[in-house]
Structure formats: C-alpha cells, structure tokens
Design a binder for this molecule. Sequence first.
Ligand code: DC
Length: 223
Amino acid sequence: MSVPILTIDGPSGAGKGTVATRIASIKGWHFLDSGALYRITAYAALRDGVALDDEEALSRLAAALPVRFEVDPGNGEVRVVLAGENIGDAIRSEEAGNAASKVAALPGVRAALLARQRDFHRAPGLVADGRDMGTVVFPDADTKVFLTASAEERANRRYKQLSDKGISANLRALAEEIAERDARDSQRAVSPLVAAADAVTIDSSDLTIDEVVRKVIGLMDPA
Ligand code: DC
C-alpha cells in the first residue's frame, strides 16, 4: 500500500501549523513544516551576509543546508538545529518570516528544497504544511486541504501569539505585514499560493482548532 499524505496549504496565520502537528500526533505520522525550510534558508543567508535576491548563492545555500530537526524526548518539541546551533526561536520571528517569503519567490531556491521536502514522505504517513504542498510538492496526495481565515482574524491571532510570549507588537503593522506577505506569496511566478483543484477549502475564521482538526480527520477517514 502506498504511504498516505495529507497536505495543508494556505496563507500565514490560518492555523495550518497547529492543525497539522495535532493531526500528525493523533495519527502517529511524520510532519513536514516546509515554511521552516524557507525560514532556515533566509536565516542562514542573513547570518552569512548573502543578499536576499542573490538567487545563485541562495540556491547553493538551500541545497546544502546543514539542518536537522530533532524531537526533544522530554517535551516532544521539535528543535531546529543548523550547524550545531538551535535556531528554533530565531526562525519564528516576523523578520525571518518576511525574509523567508522573499527567498521563497526565487525558482532556484524552490528547486533546491524540493527533494529535501519529498524525503519526508515515509511510512506510516505524512502531514505536509505549506503553500504548494498539494499543487507542486505532493500533487498525488490522498487528502488536500486549503486552510484560510480572514486577514483580520489572522492578524489578531498573530498578535495574541506574540503577546502570550511577552513580545510587544503593533496590530496594524502586523496586519500590513500579513497583507504584504499574502500578496508576495500569491503573486509570485513559481508555485504561488493557490488551492489545488482537488483541495477542500476550510475557512477557520469562526472555528476552533478542535473543530478544524475534526473536519480534516473527517475528510481523511470518511465514516
Ligand atoms: O508557513 P511559514 O509562515 O513558516 O512560511 C514562511 C514563508 O515561506 C511564507 O511567507 C512563504 C514561504 N513558503 C513557501 O513559499 N512555500 C511553502 N511551501 C512554505 C512556505
């Protein structure tokens, strides 16, 4: 039997990461956070002084990223280790997200990360979270979800996440950044953010995480 794949694509802040990790843990499947690969590439570029539009240098960097994802046996959290340094928190910043969205628009970078993403497809199954999981990386996935939420709700959620972590943020600036990132991710020439023709769209604006998880599991295992 082939190894099943669930893809969850959608704009920033729609709740993809939370829903994807919950389902991976319920099913005991692997989890691919493809956005992390773009964030790590951008982080490594900023660290090494590589310009965010130098496609050739960025593609080389992406192809050779010495990155490992390690699960902390104590709390189950995933550590992102780049050349021995735990950069899990550093790549979650707004700055890293915006830089990731810039490097992700370059075809050479996307091509360099393709095989690395497909390597996550292992038994017993995979939940893949991103922008082009169902359209480009895993077009034959068994279940495809496009998870959205209104831009206002996504900015509110991000604001709350940052305040919960004690990080001060400006709601209006966050909303503007989200709109800018949406536009860049949706309008780029390669692998733009778009729902696959065979994806089911779920709007999470008025749903709890549990409700979204139940809906997605219902699509995977229809009663
Ligand atoms: O999901 P995220 O916010 O961690 O992703 C960061 C950026 O990476 C996002 O703005 C666009 C890019 N990205 C992408 O182009 N393709 C993916 N499959 C995942 C992320």
